[in-house]
Design a protein around this ligand. Sequence first.
Ligand SMILES: C[S@@+](CC[C@H](N)C(=O)[O-])C[C@H]1O[C@@H](n2cnc3c(N)ncnc32)[C@H](O)[C@@H]1O
Length: 317
Amino acid sequence: MRDWLGLTLAVPPALGEVASALLFEAGAQGIWEDQPDRAGRLVFRAGFPLGLESRLMAELPAGLVVACESFSEPLDSVALSMDIKPGEDYSETWKKDLKPFPVGPRLWICPSWWTEPLKPGPKAKILKIDPGPAFGSGRHPSTFLCLRLLGDLVDQIAPARVLDVGSGSGVLSLAAAILFPAAQIEGLDSDPDTLEVAAANLKANQLADRASFSGRALSELEPGYGLILANLTLGTLTELAPEIRRLLSPTGLAVVSGLLADQTQALTETCAALGLALQRHVGLEEWSALQLAPASPESSGAGSGELPRELVEGPLM
Ligand SMILES: C[S@@+](CC[C@H](N)C(=O)[O-])C[C@H]1O[C@@H](n2cnc3c(N)ncnc32)[C@H](O)[C@@H]1O
């Protein structure tokens, strides 16, 4: 396991949501909220791949300055530090905060090391996940919102092919494999370290014949996916939107996440211009996820407007 960059950010409580969003936007592969410090500040610890040091030190302080100004907090109320952590410590750091939780009546997500008994309902299957150094325990709001939309789609669609763009730990791919038993899943990630993690989770859940993970580019893929999942960031989603549109079957659905609530209008407009209409907008804390589908020819322009943001409850355990 490679060494990684551990970043610690302490902020006044008013800046909590924006701080976690800034870390996510900056490419954090794991974000963990520690105990508040003596001054009562919220303390976030985040893991990043090595090599991002100078970019982070250029971008994060700029975002924090804007946040302090917006919330009228003094600049010295924020503290940022980073150091290099040895690879083997990484997964241990996140483990203590992770607990099993249900995603609707059909699925539970459970950390693979969990030993206490679970009582899922009679129809529920348990997906065991060890995110290791990859993003994707399932508990981050951006992932949880995708899981919620997937759970709600179970009786509505039966995709034969599912694409998971930015598969991380494989949590969305494997959830799709369980929820849609006829589907073959393809997970892609540009970070090669995540592919090992996703493959291990695939094996641990005896789903090896249902999904595969690779670093392939979207441009290499043939169209016809009945469901495309993408938990990324606004910038990456905007860049990949034309490829996602090309790959989606005419009756397919795309579930995109990793957006802050105030970023959804921009992505909705990008998608509408490509012929993808907004069907559903769900939110949890400051995060939003969208369900999109190819617009019918007669509904020109439809789907570019706002839909009510449905607030959902987070993981219940
Ligand atoms: C926020 S994580 C999502 C992980 C998991 N799907 C989940 O929902 O928890 C985003 C993942 O996308 C990957 N990623 C970022 N940009 C990408 C791109 N252009 N193509 C493929 N993967 C990308 C990152 O390496 C990371 O593993």
